[in-house]
Design a protein around this ligand. Structure first.
Ligand code: HEM
Length: 860
């Protein structure tokens, strides 16, 4: 009986211990909150709702705000009013500024991380820091210094992105922007080069991680009712936060010590950065402005400057990936505004140096796009104040002393009653009138806060974002690595993209001036009479029956070799790069068809050929490198670094091709009129006899190089995309197989034998492969081998759509973008659908670009 009694007592005590705090919490949440009183905003939940919806908190708030612009959430101590009404926002941030403060709860939560910095303090302390910082931010010297720092940052960022693009590597754009932004804020704020971006900063990785994690863990406190208990016992999230804060403090303390020492040594020099100003100031009042006080200031500036601009830029690039047309419009604006200011089209340094303040001011469309990004993805998605006295908001709802009043920037951007019916659409045009940016009321566009505590770094942030955006968009094309993956935020102080922004980069070929060295005087580089001559000859050759038969034979041989090669991989169950294989196969074919020579790249038995391909590809890459290498001309002059390598490669290529021409010439001379004139080079060689002065070996070499450029990459790339799509659409793969079976059917003597199968692919067979032709055409529609192409106007002109073109302007057509336009291809423009090319099972071509410079080798 005693045992039973003891067990019963223990259970009762345990239940009491567990249940009592919960009961107390529930009573504290619900008691004395005037829940049904209509004078107060309607209650939509408790803090536990926010905990429940934590991962999608801002979207949950948006759903609530669509129904009730102002609502209440019940907390253990007080109510928290959330609003999207801009009248309320103006009221708390400006009209009744003195009645609202950061509040005790807010301060308690953020104090551990942000100490007594500008974000956390109110009253006199805030005034003092604001006055000093405002003075610095408005100073011309800081503006100039910061622009120099941002430009350097932009140059570094372009080089870094270029490395990824060369390696065709997916990377996290947000992380790169964070690093770049951190480097800039450190340099401007504290005169220190962190070198986070190039990774040479040692401890920096750990520091960024500790800083970001502390940010997220501090934010967690807002929805975790037990955080104080956890801090007291130093357990769970609080133990981790404490460890991170310790690391951060040590890092920043070291920074201050070093800067102080540097300043003492250099006396009056080097005082462009904000920390130096505060350090000088601290000498006047060393007791108040201790190192700890300065550390808080640093952390607050870091919080303000690091995440906000980097996050905004990350969302900006996300939006550009989703809206390629906006990306193109920004590129056009950059060209229009920078235009003739740019000394040399190719160098990053020259380009970045052109981004002067006057240029930034003229970038209205970019400004509108960044602002539209902030409207829908505000860096601070929710912000608020605490009522220091009872009050009534302009919408009539009462507020009790101690209650929190929050404005929801993220939700506000999506409210029809604030921005109209298209509130949720991304439309930079809403900010423009006659092409000029039109600002909105800061209480409606609230991303930068408003009133006396409006963001101090607004202009600073726009300058930084515009410089970085201009440099990146000018040189690169951005694409999400996985379009189907949902991109969302991580709930913390600032609107972070969860798991980063994974992108793939293409280099934007603005004006391929540098490429011309490799292409020299081939058909791609020529206009006018020279082009006509080459085109005439080439067109003639490509339409000749003899060439068609010859090329089909070569392609069949290539196919047989390719099948064997792929078969080897399949036997070894080995992953391999299909694109590389296709490139090699394509190169073999183009050499044989074009110049009667077997390179044997595919099976790797070609000796010199591997070296040749390497030299050719490397030269291509090294020439692109000139776009970002400001010293390329100097390096070429002195024959050093990348330019020395380029020179060596070009020499090798020229020697290789010269040898090719010589050999072919000899062979032709020996064999006279007999066989072996099926290839294009032979035709040109025969032709050259008529006009040996004009058609020199040098001229022929350029022709060869141009045919290589045309033939090597374009078909191989198209086929690579074709196989990519077949992998993504197994049904289409099946349909192609069925068509092959249907068309070849009985013609195929032995299904197991590659040579027999390939031999049966005659011209008649190819003509019957309508579905395959449609699938390949559909690939070229969505993944055109040349995604943007254009011409330069040699005289003033008017386009059919009525827009005027000035002499010297470039007119580009965007094949890649065109393939995705619903107004050209219908609502399913972005879908891969070979069936769109069919009528009654027969391929139906669509004539889009019909003028003399269409690709002459379509059938080949
Ligand atoms: C896109 C970029 C930025 C956005 C969206 C942004 C937004 C904001 C917001 C919402 C606040 C109000 C916080 C509060 O008191 O509740 C704020 C304050 C502040 N911001 Fe920014 N900010 C950005 C960039 C910057 C930068 C780059 C700096 C400086 C390096 C900066 C410096 C400050 C400072 C010092 C405050 C405190 C002002 C005060 O309390 O008096 N901001 N910012």
């Amino acid at each position: 009986m005693d045992i039973l009694y003891t067990i019963f007592t223990c259970i009762a005590i345990l239940l009491f211990i567990c249940v009592t705090p919960i009961l107390v919490l529930i009573i504290r949440i619900y008691a004395g909150k005037s829940i049904r009183n209509p004078k107060y905003a309607p209650v939509v939940g408790t803090v536990f709702h926010q905990l429940f919806y934590f991962n999608r908190l801002y979207d949950y708030q948006t759903e609530v705000a669509k129904k009730t612009p102002t609502s209440r959430v019940l907390g253990p101590e007080k109510s928290e009013t959330y609003t999207t009404d801009s009248r309320n926002v103006e009221h708390i941030l400006k009209t009744k500024f003195g009645k609202y403060s950061k509040g005790k709860r807010n301060q308690e939560i953020i104090m551990d991380l942000f100490g007594k910095g500008i974000f956390a303090v109110d009253g006199e302390k805030w005034k003092q820091q604001r006055k000093l910082a405002s003075f610095e931010f408005s100073a011309r010297v800081l503006r100039d210094f910061s622009c120099t720092v941002f430009r350097k940052g932009a140059t570094k960022l372009v080089s870094k992105v270029f490395e990824f693009s060369l390696a065709n590597q997916v990377f996290d754009m947000q992380e790169l922007l964070m690093r770049c932004s951190l480097d800039s804020i450190f340099k401007v704020g504290f005169g220190v080069d962190l070198n986070c971006l190039d990774g040479s900063g040692g401890d920096d990785n750990e520091f960024i991680k500790a800083f970001d994690d502390s940010n997220a863990l501090t934010y967690w406190r807002y929805v975790d009712p037990f955080w104080k208990l956890k801090r007291y016992f130093n357990i769970g999230s609080e133990a981790l936060l404490k460890k991170n804060i310790k690391f951060i403090r040590e890092f920043v303390d070291e920074l201050i010590r070093t800067r102080r020492l540097q300043l003492e040594m250099k006396q009056d020099s080097d005082k462009e950065d904000i920390l130096s100003r505060f350090l000088v100031e601290s000498k006047k009042d060393p007791e108040k402005m201790t190192d700890q006080y300065l550390r808080d200031i640093i952390l607050n500036f870091m919080l303000a400057g690091k995440d906000s601009t980097a996050n905004t830029l990350s969302w900006f690039f996300y939006v550009l990936c989703k809206n390629p047309l906006i990306q193109v419009k920004i590129v056009e604006e950059i060209r229009e505004v920078i235009g003739n200011n740019m000394k040399d089209n190719g160098s990053v340094d020259d380009f970045v140096a052109c981004i002067a303040e006057e240029v930034l001011e003229k970038m209205h469309y970019l400004h509108a796009t960044l602002t539209e990004t902030l409207r829908l993805y505000p860096a601070v998605p929710v912000d608020g104040r605490c009522a220091d006295a009872d009050d009534v908001l302009p919408d009539g709802f009462h507020i009790r002393k101690g209650d929190g009043v929050y404005y929801m920037s993220y939700a506000m951007g999506r409210m029809h009653y604030v921005w109209g019916d298209d509130a949720e659409d991304f439309r930079p045009e809403r900010w423009l009138k006659d092409g000029i940016f039109q600002p909105e009321s800061p209480f409606k566009f609230i991303a930068f806060h408003a009133g006396p505590r409006i963001c101090l770094g607004k202009d600073f942030a726009y300058r930084q974002m515009k410089i970085l955006a201009m440099a990146l968009v000018h040189f690169f094309r951005f694409k999400l690595s996985d379009d189907t993956k949902e991109v969302t935020y991580r709930t913390m102080f600032t609107l972070h993209i969860n798991e980063g922004l994974q992108v793939l980069i293409g280099v934007r070929t603005n004006k391929p001036k540098h490429e011309r060295k490799l292409q020299a005087k081939g058909i791609f580089a020529e206009d006018g009479e020279k082009w006509k001559q080459q085109r005439k000859l080439a067109s003639f050759k490509f339409s000749a029956r003899v060439l068609r038969d010859f090329s089909c034979t070569i392609f069949r041989k290539g196919a047989t070799k390719l099948v064997s090669k792929v078969f080897e991989f399949s036997l070894a169950n080995q992953v391999f790069d299909m694109q590389e294989l296709l490139m090699k196969c394509s190169l073999d074919s183009i050499f044989k068809v074009g110049f009667g020579v077997y390179l044997n790249c595919l099976d790797g038995s070609g000796g010199d050929d591997n070296e040749f391909i390497k030299a050719f590809d490397d030269s291509n890459e090294l020439i692109y490198w000139r776009y970002v290498d400001s010293f390329w001309k100097l390096k070429r002059y002195f024959g050093i670094g990348s330019e020395a390598l380029l020179k060596k490669n070009i020499k090798f290529i020229h020697k290789f091709i010269d040898e090719l021409i010589r050999t072919r010439r000899k062979q032709l001379a020996v064999k006279q009129d007999s066989m072996d004139k099926e290839d294009i080079l032979s035709r040109f060689l025969v032709e050259s006899k008529k006009d040996p002065e004009k058609m020199t070996d040098l001229y022929l070499r350029d022709i060869i190089l141009n045919f290589m450029l045309a033939g090597k990459d374009s078909t191989a790339n198209t086929l690579s995309w074709f196989f990519y799509m077949l992998c993504k659409n197994p049904l289409i793969q099946e349909k192609v197989v069925e068509e092959i079976r249907e068309v070849i059917g009985n013609n195929m003597k032995d299904k197991e034998n590659v040579e027999d199968f390939v031999a049966s692919i005659s011209e008649e067979v190819l003509e019957k492969m309508h579905y395959l032709q449609a699938a390949l055409t559909e690939i070229l529609r969505l993944y055109p081998a040349v995604p943007v192409d254009g011409r330069c106007a040699d005289a003033d002109d008017v386009l059919p759509d009525g827009f005027h073109i000035r002499k010297g302007d470039e007119v580009n057509y965007m094949s890649y973008a065109m393939g995705r336009m619903p107004y050209i291809w219908g609502n399913d423009a972005e879908d891969f659908r070979p069936e769109r090319w069919f009528k009654d099972g027969i391929f139906q071509p669509v004539t889009i670009q019909i003028h003399s410079i269409s690709c002459w080798s379509t059938n080949v």
